[in-house]
Design a binder for this molecule. Structure first.
Ligand SMILES: C[S@@+](CC[C@H](N)C(=O)[O-])C[C@H]1O[C@@H](n2cnc3c(N)ncnc32)[C@H](O)[C@@H]1O
Length: 215
């Protein structure tokens, strides 16, 4: 629940909200309960998962404030809601959802992995990233990308594409230190020379970024 609470902190008030890959639907519950949206759509590719959200959001579904939709990504959400959340799935799945539909007017994306691919796709598509953060919950780190369809063009160096714009004195710094430590431990294994060089290079790149030697 701590991850959900922190994730919800990135959601802003809007007229229409969609929670794609909603599963339990707790983020939509947060939006509706706090009057942060006028209406919401919860969608999931799995009918079983969508049922969970329908139970949690029963009162809002009954009143017509929340509409459940069983579909792949944004497939049956033809007109972009003002704000779309896609959270808790792989970055490659998020890119595939956006590619097969559209980039929402405003979005909050929380990929579990392959975050760089999500950034790359958004930037290549002309979308704007306005917040590119990371938070910690239960000892794990979660990247969150907030933006809009036609935002300002951001400067994304190779390091920023990899790590985003989180706080180097906060969660991002802790994440980078931990990943350097893990890679150092990994280097004690019996690795091929080529793989060893790759990991060593990655540690150096991360250290340089962490120490402010590269932007
Ligand atoms: C781990 S849950 C995350 C739930 C919630 N969004 C969160 O962040 O806690 C991932 C959900 O995404 C759904 N899902 C995965 N791929 C999907 C897709 N392409 N379109 C819609 N839902 C998808 C799964 O069925 C599952 O319910």
């Amino acid at each position: 629940m701590d991850r959900i609470k922190k994730l919800c902190g990135y959601l802003s008030p809007c007229k229409t909200f969609a929670d794609v890959g909603c599963d339990h639907g707790y983020c939509t519950l947060y939006m509706l309960r706090n009057n942060l949206c006028e209406s919401a759509i919860v969608s999931d590719v799995s009918g079983k998962c969508l049922k969970k959200a329908e139970r949690v959001l029963e009162k809002y579904v009954r009143s017509g404030k929340c509409t459940p939709v069983c579909c792949y990504g944004l497939e049956k959400i033809e007109k972009s809601p003002e704000l779309v959340l896609i959270a808790g799935m792989g970055g490659e799945e998020i890119v595939s959802i956006l590619k097969s539909a559209y980039i929402p007017e405003n979005f909050v994306l929380q990929p579990m992995r392959n975050v760089r691919e999500v950034r790359r796709y958004l930037l290549d598509s002309g979308a704007g990233i306005i917040r590119d953060d990371v938070f910690e919950s239960g000892g794990k780190y979660y990247f969150v990308i907030c933006g809009n369809k036609r935002g300002n063009k951001n400067t994304y160096t190779p390091a920023r594409l990899e790590f985003g714009y989180g706080d180097l004195n906060g969660a991002l710094g802790d994440f980078l230190k931990e990943s350097i430590q893990k890679k150092r431990e990994y280097l004690t294994r019996n690795l091929s020379a080529e793989h060893r060089a790759e990991i060593t290079g990655s540690i150096k790149f991360t250290e340089e970024f962490l120490n402010g030697e590269i932007e």
